[in-house]
Design a protein around this ligand. Structure first.
Ligand code: 13P
Length: 280
């Protein structure tokens, strides 16, 4: 069932576990994620970055693909279809197409401007029954081929962003980065716990790939209710596909080539769900 993120994330915040957000890139990835999460009986958030949105042909195509798969595969878990790091224009297009959730990322602007942009999207999304995540501070690293530095969010910034916009969840940048880490991630757990205590909405951790398991467990203890994973899925899928192509130089059927990464990708999904202690 396609739902917004409200109930699943509020349950996670109360239950001290995290809901997985997996980025999707094509039909096969979407199918593997839905099948595995349905088998494990856990809710899931399908994240679509601006780049992946363009790659898959646009938001109407993605909405049709996801709702079609939910129906044809008899998927019974709650599924949230979410824009990942959207700008105003992409959030509007996705909401128009039927997405149930968006992340408006205006974190590159000064706080007042971030609040103004976020509030506009909150008003639009809430009128359609969709939920909104926003970012404050700045999550560094590389996503969609854009690289940037980390800026840690403060409690005051988080309070203003929440109080002045009415967002449903917040991604405070606290040291995580997109892509693999150079060295150990330096997460500010103390501030994470403080923000979680002061704000009534669920906290989101971006850059979930490459963080050691103990640090993921600690982040969940400190109140993280949603964890975004992209790079580790890409890495496990492409490693398996590369091995397959190296051992079978006569393979040419795209279903066999793409499908050779299914098992490895589903294993990564299962490992993350277990680590995040996700339940329905
Ligand atoms: P990783 O690519 O580091 O897993 O981060 C994903 C993410 O945060 C998407 O918003």
């Amino acid at each position: 069932m396609l739902v917004n993120s409200k109930e699943m994330l509020e349950k996670a915040k109360k239950g001290h576990y995290a809901v997985p957000h997996f980025n999707i890139n094509d039909l096969e990835w979407t199918k593997y994620i839905l099948e595995k999460c349905n088998e494990l009986n856990v809710p899931v958030i399908l994240g679509v970055s601006d780049g992946a949105g363009k790659y898959m042909g646009g938001y109407n195509a993605i909405y049709g693909m996801v709702t079609g798969l939910i129906k044809d595969l008899n998927i019974t878990i709650p599924v949230c279809l979410h824009v990942d790091h959207g700008c105003t224009e992409t959030c509007k297009k996705a909401l128009e197409a039927g997405f149930t959730s968006v992340m408006i990322d205006a974190s590159k602007y000064e706080l007042d401007e971030n609040i103004r942009i976020t509030k506009e999207i909150v008003d639009l999304a809430h009128a359609k029954g969709a939920t909104v995540e926003a970012e404050v501070g700045h999550i560094g690293g590389t996503e969609d081929n854009i690289t940037s530095d980390v800026f840690y969010a403060t409690l005051e910034e988080c309070e203003r962003l929440y109080n002045e916009t009415g967002i449903d969840s917040i991604a405070p940048a606290l040291g995580s980065v997109h892509g693999f880490y150079k060295g150990e991630p330096n997460l500010n757990f103390e501030r994470m716990a403080l923000i979680n205590e002061k704000l009534p909405i669920p906290l989101v951790l971006h850059g979930g790939s490459g963080i050691p398991n103990e640090k993921i467990e600690k982040a969940i203890e400190c109140g993280i209710s949603k964890i975004n994973v992209n790079t580790e899925l890409q890495a496990s899928w492409s490693k398996a596909v590369r091995e397959f192509l190296n051992t079978d130089d006569k393979a040419y059927d795209p279903r066999k080539v793409i499908g050779s990464g299914e098992k490895a990708m589903k294993q990564t999904i299962e490992d993350k769900v277990k680590l995040f202690k996700t339940v329905l």
